[in-house]
Design a protein around this ligand. Structure first.
Ligand code: ADP
Ligand code: MG
Ligand code: ZN
Length: 481
């Protein structure tokens, strides 16, 4: 029987590895490495030398607890470390210390995706493939950099709640800003401090059962995650439509060619022979440790965005733009605190993207020359019609270059708004006289034709005229209702 006519829906669950930004490694005193020469941060513990004993990094436990609280997990008062045995050059001990059946955090939710568990473990060393050919797989030899070995990781495992490649991308972005706000990780996918595996299956729409899944390893950018998952959904759907079956396996997505290749099948799956780590006692999270972690969980991006919408009336997209960047949110809130009466949060918030556009989207606005107070003062001048919108943009450019007080810049550059008594009515009359064609159309009610008339006035005033006022005067002089 073929299943050609059936519609399939994707089901996606993510497993995310996050390098914690501690000072030292998970089980030893070696410093974490940030682009240091290879193999300078090692010791008998992280090199797996005989007799060396691990000691749990308290800061890593603190960070894992903060993550668990931020994701609404249960924090286990007592959890266990296990040995996950495998043999590979990136693991000198022959096993990884991880958590198995009793992780530090379980349950929870972020946005519309449930969290299955969060556990602590250690990173492997980094294999570097060196080849004269330049091709990784045709490499002449591989060398090992042990600096990364033993770096603290949390693994966050979601429930299979994601239903599209775009949702996977969006949700991972939300997780990333949340972790960034917590300050527990650099969360940089390109540098590997945030790594994502995607589990993918498809099933007939409406089915309550899960299909056979495959696992896409190490999607190292948001774009590749989205593309890889989409490619895998298409592959599985085609298999099922052709009456064939999905085989449970681990896949590699090659972003260059867009193809998926099998790394290993279910039969080749590792048997990790987990057993409790005999060199570590159970991990106890006390009431004081919980309280200390709770005290350090700040307002998180999703909650902040919701507050901006609810309390300040910001548009959801604008609320997210600000709330998902801690630096912009901090700047915005400082500007808001200094906003004079009459300047609404919505009007003020509209200025942040304009500032960001000028300083670059990676820059922290607080480090620009434009103080939050100055931006608020500028926005207020527009609201009170002391400066036109165009003039204010001009002022912003000056502020970005030189800093200072917007009122002084307006004064100095003669950018104050022109009102009717500033000769605006005369200018409007000249605009009408200069373009009778456009004037006729506007007079006949075609407001789309007003552009050249407004443009004339703006040119003549170098943008100082208030657009709304110019339009009003044109309509008045042409007797348009
Ligand atoms: P495994 O034992 O193979 O590691 P788990 O049940 O631990 O599988 O789940 C690992 C990840 O795969 C989780 O993120 C989970 O949400 C996801 N997952 C489990 N089953 C499916 C499925 N049928 N389709 C898509 N994702 C799934
Ligand atoms: Mg797994
Ligand atoms: Zn070490």
């Amino acid at each position: 029987m073929t299943s050609a006519g059936i519609d399939y829906e994707p089901v996606i669950g993510l497993e995310i590895h996050v390098q914690l930004r501690t000072t030292t490694k998970m089980f030893c005193g070696c410093e974490l490495s940030f682009g240091d020469p290879p193999n300078v941060h090692t010791c008998p513990v992280c090199l797996g030398l005989p007799g060396a004993l691990p000691v749990v990094n308290a800061r890593a436990v603190h960070f894992a607890t903060m993550i668990g609280l931020a994701l609404g997990c249960e924090i286990a008062p007592r959890s266990l470390f296990h040995r996950k045995n495998y043999f590979y050059p990136d693991s000198p001990k022959g096993y990884q210390i991880s958590q198995y059946d009793v992780p530090i955090c379980s349950g929870g939710r972020l946005g519309d995706v449930r969290i299955h568990r969060v556990h602590l473990e250690e990173d492997a060393a980094k294999l570097v493939h060196v080849g004269t050919s330049g091709r990784i797989h045709g490499a002449d030899r591989s060398v090992v950099d042990f600096n990364r070995c033993g770096t603290p990781l949390v693994e966050i495992v979601t429930e299979p709640d994601i239903r599209s490649p775009a949702q996977a991308h969006e949700w991972l972005a939300l997780l990333r800003v949340t972790l960034r706000q917590l300050g527990v990780s650099d969360v940089n996918m390109e540098e590997g401090s945030l790594r994502c595996d995607a589990n993918v299956s498809v099933r007939p729409v409406g089915s309550g059962q899960l299909g056979t899944k495959t696992e896409l390893k190490n999607m190292n950018s948001f774009r590749f995650l989205e593309r890889g998952v989409a490619a895998e959904i298409a592959r599985q759907t085609e298999l099922l439509r052709g009456g064939r079956e999905v085989v449970q396996e681990t896949l590699h997505f090659d972003p260059a060619s867009g193809t998926l290749t099998s790394l290993r099948s279910k039969e080749e799956a590792h048997d990790y022979r987990y057993f409790p780590e005999p060199d570590l006692v159970p991990l106890l999270v006390s009431g004081e440790m919980l309280a200390a972690a709770r005290a350090e969980v700040p307002e998180l991006p999703a909650a902040r965005a919701a507050r901006y919408e609810r309390e300040l009336g910001l548009h959801p997209d604008r609320a997210r733009d600000l709330a998902f960047r801690a630096d912009r949110a901090a700047y915005f809130e400082r500007a808001l605190a200094s906003a004079p009466d009459g300047l609404g949060a919505v009007e003020l918030a509209n200025w942040i993207p304009q500032l960001v556009e000028r300083i670059g989207s990676d820059a922290d606005p607080s480090e620009s020359r434009v103080s939050p107070e100055a931006l608020a003062a500028l926005a207020a001048m527009v609201v009170s019609r002391q400066a036109s919108r165009d003039a204010a943009r001009e002022v912003l450019r000056t502020l970005v270059a030189e800093g200072g007080d917007p009122r002084a810049v307006v004064e100095r550059e003669g950018l104050g708004a022109l009102s009717d008594d500033g000769g605006l009515a005369d200018l409007v009359a000249r605009a009408i006289a200069a373009d009778p064609d456009a004037a006729d159309k506007v007079a006949a009610g075609n407001m789309k034709a007003i552009g050249p008339l407004v443009g004339f006035v703006m040119r003549e005033t170098k943008g100082r005229a208030d657009g709304g006022e110019v339009t009003r005067l044109i309509r008045e002089q042409l007797a348009v209702r």
